[in-house]
Structure formats: C-alpha cells, structure tokens
Design a protein around this ligand. Structure first.
Ligand code: OFO
Length: 161
C-alpha cells in the first residue's frame, strides 16, 4: 500500500503528464497551421508518448492499492512567435518535468519506499533522453538560423525524429 504523501505526488505527476501531452498536441496544431508538417507530426507522436507516461503512472498507482485521481488540467498556450519558440518551450517544459520527477524521487527516498523509488528510475532515465532530444533540436536552430531555407530543413528533419 502506498504512503499518502507518495500517492498524492504520483497523482500530481499523472496530471502533469496529461498536461505535457496537451501542450504538445496544441503545439502540433500550431505547427500544422503554419505549414510545419514535420514538426506537427513529431509533436503529435510526442503527445502520444506523454499519454504513455501518464498511463504507466496510473497503472502503478492502481496496482499498489492507491486511487489514481484525475484533476483539472490547465489549457496549454496556443500562440507562438516562431517555430524556435515552440521548441524553446518544449525544452523549458521538460526541465520542469525533470524537477518534478526529482522531487518525487526524493519523497520516496524520505519514506524509504524503495519500490516506488525503483519504479521512478524509468522516468529519471526518460527525462535525460527528453532533455537531450529537445536540446538537440534547439542546437539545430542555433546552427542553421531561422531563415526560410533553414526552417524548411529543420522541419523536414523533425519529421524523421
Ligand atoms: Fe516529456 O516526459 Fe513526460 O512529461
């Protein structure tokens, strides 16, 4: 049976993963409407991944005798000044998620809940991958610039990621 403080934190994380999915889904719509079809497809796939992150937590809480609680989810931002801003926002968001996962890990450690600690290691590794991925995309903008040609290549590249 999960400790209440840990269940609460896991539930917060479930809602944050939902929010992550919604941010990327909304970004995907922005990209599509601005003609960035590669970025739109990439973000759509990423929104799906976030739902899997949510699902994994949901199942874990259920399996350990807790009650997953779905809360209110804020509407994501829907206006961006540029494609680069979209990806700067993804990176900032992933950094926030990493901070939240780290907080969660700390709580499991404080309560000596090594099973949940162990379960969360998947998220720790995943956050490393996510930050690496989005940092890599920002590097491309910095390297190529943001003229029409560069954006065309970046968008094409995003379709393959
Ligand atoms: Fe993007 O890793 Fe979950 O939130």
């Amino acid at each position: 049976m999960l400790n209440k403080a840990i269940t609460d934190k896991l539930n917060e994380q479930i809602n944050l993963e939902f929010y992550s999915s919604n941010i990327y889904l909304q970004m995907s719509a922005w990209c599509s409407i601005h003609g960035y079809e590669g970025a739109a497809a990439f973000l759509l796939r990423h929104a799906d991944e976030e739902m899997q992150h949510m699902q994994k937590l949901f199942t874990y809480v259920s399996e350990t005798g807790g009650l997953p609680l779905l809360g209110k989810i804020d509407a994501p931002k829907n206006e961006y000044a540029s494609l680069k801003e979209v990806f700067e926002t993804t990176l900032a968001h992933e950094k926030l998620v990493t901070a939240k996962i780290n907080e969660l890990v700390e709580v499991t450690f404080e309560h000596k809940d090594y099973s949940t600690f162990n379960f969360l290691q998947w998220y720790v590794a995943e956050q490393h991958e996510e930050e690496k991925l989005f940092n890599g995309i920002i590097d491309k903008f910095n390297l190529l610039g943001e003229d029409g040609r560069s954006l065309y290549f970046i968008d094409r590249d995003l379709a393959t990621l």
